[in-house]
Ligand binder design. Structure first.
Ligand code: ASP
Length: 343
């Protein structure tokens, strides 16, 4: 049976063109994207589109967009075999990460893609990205199940798990990396799926549940030489910080100065959630390796293992939205919920 795919267009470079007056890139409508990619009509896949209004540069993405996306997927879930989300690259890894936690019991592909050059430009990467994303979203195995029932990013020939991805180049076509998890598929002459890495649902007939309550009281503190107690306090101790992601050095190390540990301990005593995520793009937090990491552990900081900051943010928003109990959130935080950490 012919697969049917919903393309959801949120904005981003893929659908932008130059404003002749200002010389900056602005979004244009979806029918123009389809005109630029007539190949989509030759696929034997039924394509429908949903365009967000307003179309945005993804630097303007808010969690409310993730809620709208998740609800749209839920509302149209039975009609389609897969979903392709056209999204700006700047925050694509944040959106894909958040959606992976918000869509529980997913049995169909949700593939984010976009481009570095607008689709109307002769050397665009948008066409290839869009065509392959649609092919992957429509792909079924011998039993008729989706080949990739996960939230992913397809970019420059590689399919990456959404909550493992990060934007790592502002210019190269190869804009995304997933340093702690190999690609789930690679597109060459054929699309080669790394089947053993792709997560499968426990039940193929599971109902999709959308976690649409997010608690966004999360702050991110990147430790750096010269950081002051005042700046740290204003981030960690702010009453609106329920959880803080500490971006630390190497395998999860940070300064051992008494003021630094005092601020963390005060926050921990107030019941705040403190999560250690490494600034290194690749590798994992291990707070048992160095004394500077061990002190963080003693101060009550939890290990984010090899999670990306983007995934840590989405995971916290979603877990905190589900529960007011910080002890419960902490327990769930260290679990591998949808492939976001290596366990
Ligand atoms: N600023 C754009 C966006 O994220 C960049 C892109 O799409 O590549 O929407």
């Amino acid at each position: 049976m012919t697969s049917s795919i919903l393309i959801i267009y949120t904005g981003g470079t893929i659908g932008m063109k130059e404003d002749p007056v200002e010389g900056t890139l602005k979004p244009f409508d979806f029918s123009q994207i389809m005109e630029e990619v007539p190949e989509l009509g030759k696929f034997g896949v039924q394509i429908h589109a949903h365009t967000f209004d307003p179309l945005i540069d993804s630097s303007d993405v808010e969690p409310s967009l993730w809620i709208s996306l998740a609800q749209l997927i839920r509302d149209r879930y039975e009609e389609f075999d897969g979903f392709v989300i056209l999204h700006g690259t700047d925050t694509m890894a944040y959106s894909a990460s958040a959606l992976s936690f918000m869509l529980e019991g997913l049995t169909k592909p949700v593939i984010f893609t976009g481009s570095q050059l607008p689709i109307g430009v002769p050397r665009t990467d948008g066409k290839e990205n869009l065509i392959s994303a649609v092919e992957i979203a429509a792909a079924k195995d011998a039993e008729g199940h989706a080949r990739v029932p996960e939230v992913c990013i397809f970019f420059d020939s590689r399919l990456l798990r959404g909550n493992r991805s990060t934007k790592f180049s502002a210019e190269a076509f190869n804009a995304f990396a997933s340093p702690n998890c190999p690609p789930l598929a690679e597109a060459g002459i054929r699309i080669r799926y790394n089947t053993e890495l792709i997560r499968k649902p426990v039940y193929w007939d599971a109902q999709l549940r959308v976690q649409s309550k997010l608690d966004t009281r999360v702050s991110i503190l990147k430790v750096h030489p010269g950081m002051t107690a005042q700046v740290m306090r204003s981030v960690v101790s702010d009453p609106l910080t329920r959880a803080c992601i500490l971006e630390t050095y190497g395998s999860g190390n940070a300064l051992s100065k008494p003021w630094f540990l005092d601020i963390l301990q005060e926050a921990e005593h107030e019941g705040k959630i403190l999560l250690n995520v490494t600034q290194c793009p690749s590798g994992t937090v291990n707070m048992d390796l160095y004394a500077t990491g061990a002190t963080l552990k003693r101060a009550g900081v939890l290990s984010g293992a090899d999670i990306t900051t983007e995934a840590a943010l989405g995971k916290l928003f979603s877990l905190m939205g589900r529960s007011d109990d910080n002890a419960r959130v902490k327990t769930m935080l260290e679990k591998n919920l949808c492939g976001e950490i290596t366990k």
